[in-house]
Design a protein around this ligand. Structure first.
Ligand SMILES: Cc1cc2nc3c(=O)[nH]c(=O)nc-3n(C[C@H](O)[C@H](O)[C@H](O)COP(=O)(O)OP(=O)(O)OC[C@H]3O[C@@H](n4cnc5c(N)ncnc54)[C@H](O)[C@@H]3O)c2cc1C
Length: 371
């Protein structure tokens, strides 16, 4: 295929969705590239040497409150129920996490707790900080010092290599505290996982005669002219880091195979205070694959490596803003659109990023279709 209507850089969720929409809704010829050797971006899953399906870049728990999003994705996959349960190992015990009434009862050694008793207990132990200014103050004002030290402090230090005092309230504030006995990791209405995995979903989405996929192809090494470009890579790299490098937190994953069907009781165990790794993940609990062996992924936070989490400080936000202004100009002058986690320097969950991609497609369509 030649004379592409659009070049899409990055075959992650954003790139794949926009490619699919352009091909099927507008009949455009699409060139979809990725520097990695696979589609699906960070949602990529694959069979480990043992045959056990693993999530290569960290566990992906798909969830959404939007039926329309489920309907859209259901064209490319069947689903199984998400089985997302997390425990936090502290003081020699496993506690349900995020904190709920069962966590509180176990932690404060009460036989049971009603919602009112749970609230009264937290009111007693929490620190009375009216206007929390950072993650430490936020957690102290919500659950008090003992639980802050048991569940949050060590985890945050490992994850970010920064003290919660130096992180925005939103970092720890994202984790709910529930006054019920719901032990699920998230509250969303739909908690689903693709039956054959994420890679199969995005493969199916991008298998179309009008989409040419070129893997192991870096944008920087590509010499091609297309009327429109969608760029989902790191925004600072696009502009040759002319204002400096945007910092990211990275992770290293160690996968270990075990000769047993399951090794831990639930998919994810957090280790706030022991070990160098932050969490162990046995994704088999989610994929529900039948296999005599299992694989555990050990997750080590790193300063260098693939960009995984934007570091949410004011300074970094300001730096991103400078790039965003350049990007706006690039869109107006050269029809280059920036969309996604790396291009917007923002942590998005997969459902959010796919909805953003669908909106970007609508904007493209309004501006460029039939011209
Ligand atoms: C550790 C971790 C855990 C997560 N857990 C969850 C979860 O439980 N639930 C959930 O909903 N979401 C989760 N997410 C978020 C999810 O991974 C993202 O929302 C989603 O992958 C973002 O899609 P994207 O297309 O914007 O970016 P990506 O998935 O990062 O895809 C971007 C693609 O662009 C390619 N690229 C970059 N630069 C270039 C270039 N110069 N040339 C060619 N290609 C390039 C990259 O190789 C990559 O494949 C998690 C993310 C991480 C890091």
């Amino acid at each position: 295929m030649t004379n592409y209507d659009i070049l899409i850089v990055g075959a992650g969720p954003v790139g794949s969705v926009i490619a699919e929409r352009c091909a099927t809704q507008l009949g455009w010829k699409v060139l979809l590239i990725d520097k990695r050797n696979h589609v699906a971006g960070n949602c990529y899953d694959r069979k480990h040497e043992s045959g056990v399906l693993i999530h290569q870049y960290g566990p992906h728990y798909f969830r959404t409150n939007h039926q329309e999003l489920v309907d859209y994705l259901s064209q490319f996959t069947e689903w199984i129920q998400g089985n997302y349960f997390v425990t936090s190992y502290s003081r020699g015990e496993y506690f349900p996490f995020p904190i709920n009434l069962l966590t509180l009862a176990q932690f404060f050694k009460k036989p049971t707790l009603t919602p009112e008793e749970g609230q009264a207990l937290l009111e007693e132990v929490r620190e009375k900080i009216d206007n929390p200014q950072n993650s430490e103050e936020f957690v102290l004002s919500r659950v008090g010092k003992e639980m802050y030290e048991a569940f949050y402090l060590g985890y945050t230090l490992k994850q970010w290599d920064m003290h919660p005092k130096d992180l925005a309230t939103s970092v720890c504030g994202r984790i709910p505290v529930r006054f019920n006995e719901d032990c699920r990791y998230v509250d969303h209405q739909f908690q689903l996982t693709p039956k054959e995995g994420f890679t199969a979903l995005f493969e199916k989405m991008t298998n179309h005669p009008l989409i040419e996929k070129r893997l192991e192809t870096d944008y920087k090494s590509l010499d091609i002219n297309t009327p429109i470009t969608i760029y989902t890579g790191p925004i600072d790299e696009y502009f040759n880091q002319c204002y400096g490098k945007l910092p990211w937190r990275s992770l290293e994953f160690e996968f270990k195979e075990y000769d047993e069907e399951y090794r831990q009781k639930n998919v994810q165990v957090n280790y706030p205070n022991e070990h160098d790794y932050t969490r162990t993940v046995e994704i088999k609990h989610v994929t529900q694959q039948q296999h005599p062996h299992t694989v555990i992924s050990y997750e080590y936070p790193r300063a260098e490596g693939d960009p995984y989490y934007p570091i949410p400080t004011e300074e970094n936000h300001q730096l991103y803003e400078k790039y965003r202004l350049l990007a706006e100009k690039e869109t107006l002058e050269k029809n280059v659109y920036f969309c996604g986690r790396l291009a917007e320097y923002k942590y998005f969950n997969t459902d959010e990023v796919i909805e953003n991609a669908l909106r970007t497609f609508e904007a493209l369509k309004a501006t460029h279709a039939n011209k």
